[in-house]
Every structure is written in C-alpha cells, then in structure tokens.
Design a protein around this ligand. Structure first.
Ligand code: SF4
Length: 311
C-alpha cells in the first residue's frame, strides 16, 4: 500500500504525507487529479506549466482507490494527523466525485477534511454542494479585475473573475465550516492600488473567516517577483483585522534585500542597518541568496560587499 521516503513520510499514488504545514499542522494530502490538470496556469505555480488546462469535471482517478489507499494510511499511521487535505498536483474540484469522497472520509474518521481550491468552479452548483461537508475550505483569489486575473492566473478561456467571485460568495454563505481566503501577491501584477481596492470590495462581499496573504515562494514556471515584507504589511492593513501574512517571513525579506543591492554593493552592516534587522539575521538571508546564485560576495579594500549577480 505504501512505503516510506527518507524523511519517514509515507508515499503512495493518491495519498501523501503527512506533511508539516504552517497553516494546517500535520496534514495528510490527497492528490486526486493527474499532474497539472487545472483550470488555471498561474504564473507562480510551483509545479510548472499546466499541461491540461480544462474545466471538465470527471473521475480523473478512481475514487474507490483513493479511499482504500487513505484507509490503509489511517490504519498504518493512526490518527496522529491534524487534517486530511485535498490538494496536490491540480485543481481538486475538477474531480467529479470529490463530494462522495468527502462524505466517505467523514464516515471513516473524525479528522477534519480540508479542501484547498483555486475557487474557479464554485460558480457551479454541483461543485458548491460537493464541498458543503468539508470542515475547512481554503479558496484562493489572487485578482478581482479581469486583466489582473488573466495575467496572474492564466485561466481557462471560459472563466470570468466576476462570476468566480460571486460563486465563492454564494458558497461561503451556505457553508458552515471554516473558510479562509488566500491571496498570492505577485509584485507588479496584483499589488497596484486599483487591484487592491477591487480585492477589498470582493473580500467584503465574500466575508471570509480569514484572509491569508502569501507571496511567491519557490522557483516557478515563469519569472515572477515576490512582494517585500513592507508591501505585504501595507496590504494586510488595507484588508482589515482578519487578514494575516502567511508568507514565510524570509521571502519578504529576501525581496527587500535585492532592490537595495541593485543600487550598489553593500556591506552586511549597511544592509542590516537599512532593513533594521540584526546583523546575524541579515547574514542568514544573504547566505541563502548567495547559495541561490542571486547575490555575489566580493572583498574590496579589506571589506566584504554583497552585490546582485549579473549575467
Ligand atoms: S491553481 Fe494551483 S495548481 Fe493550478 S496553476 Fe494555479 S497554483 Fe498551480
């Protein structure tokens, strides 16, 4: 049924983890679509380009196999996990039997069930009713105007952001579980004033329990820039008291260091002074940037300087 990888986690076809998650503690994942079968082709997607951009719902993988594999995992690892999470290598609501799977899991265990979705199909009544039995639904909404939506999410041509927002709102009204809206901020693409105002309007209509701000983390299919720490904090303030930043703090800091170094090479003291952080903390981020090949360290006049790598 399953084996163990080097980290001690179990591996199988449809079930993965448990993985430690900042938002969800120990989460056992269910991957119910083939690789990169999605309604979107987000420019920040960590999985690379979407190979099957579709809005067609069907039984992409056999639901009875998913459930029997999950049962095997639960028997093997016991109940020592915080959530069972539909997430993985595509959009889980494309699976036409996700509702049946959620219902079946609820008869199998008391572990809460989470669906991480891009929210694009919640305008469909069948999708909304499929998710009603989940305990926690985490849709994302990265843009509220059509141009930013097309630029950031590169959706299937039939999808419109206005319709999606309305679908998310209707679902939220009927759903009795926890509902957290995630917004991925991409520098220069959905952080402009017009977009933030449109998102604020959408958020106030949807009324989620939480708004979670994230930014680009790992290398993605296309060159995208993370929002800096100050930028995320500024947006969080606009979104109100139930908004929080869930991006790894280091991402924002790294995004702040690079523009500084683009102007001229700096010493570690100058960098830590400009960003008001301890020297050791600045050293940690600089080490990461050097390891990633984004920053070079050079000694000049007896002092060590850090500079953005060119070419
Ligand atoms: S919705 Fe998720 S899986 Fe689909 S392209 Fe965007 S980030 Fe990737």
């Amino acid at each position: 049924m399953s084996d163990r990888d080097n980290s001690g986690n179990a591996k199988a076809s449809y079930v993965f983890g448990p993985v430690p998650s900042r938002r969800l503690g120990r989460s056992l994942g269910l991957d119910i679509t083939p690789y990169k079968t999605c309604t979107f082709d987000c420019i920040y997607c960590q999985l690379g380009r979407t190979t099957n951009r579709t809005v067609q719902r069907k039984e992409y993988v056999p639901n009875d196999l998913v459930l029997s594999e999950l049962k095997g995992f639960l028997d093997e690892i016991g109940e020592d996990i915080d959530y069972i999470t539909f997430a993985g290598s595509g959009e889980p609501t494309l699976h036409s039997k996700i509702g049946e799977m959620i219902d079946a899991i609820k008869t199998m265990t008391d572990i809460p069930v989470v669906v991480i979705t891009n929210g694009s199909l919640l305008f469909r009544e069948d999708v909304r009713s499929d998710l009603l039995n989940a305990d926690l639904v985490l849709p994302s909404l990265d843009a509220a105007t059509e141009p930013a939506f097309r630029a950031v999410n590169q959706p299937h041509e039939s999808l419109e952001v206005g319709k999606i927002i309305e679908g998310i709102r209707i679902f939220r009204e009927a759903f009795e579980g926890e509902f957290w809206l995630e917004i991925m901020v991409v520098k220069g693409m959905n952080d402009q004033e017009e977009e933030i105002s449109a998102l604020m309007d959408a958020i106030s209509r949807i009324d989620p329990d939480r708004v979670q701000l994230n930014t680009v983390v790992r290398p993605s299919a296309e060159a995208v820039e993370a929002a800096g720490r100050d930028e995320l904090m500024r947006i969080r303030e606009r979104f109100g008291e139930n908004a929080e930043i869930i991006a790894d703090a280091r991402i924002g800091v790294r995004a702040d260091i690079l523009p500084l170094l683009q102007r001229r090479p700096l010493t570690i003291e100058e960098i830590s002074g400009a960003l008001e952080m301890h020297r050791n903390e600045a050293a940690k981020y600089l080490r990461e940037l050097v390891e990633r090949g984004e920053v070079a360290s050079v000694v000049h006049g007896g002092k060590r300087y850090f500079a953005v790598k060119t070419g």
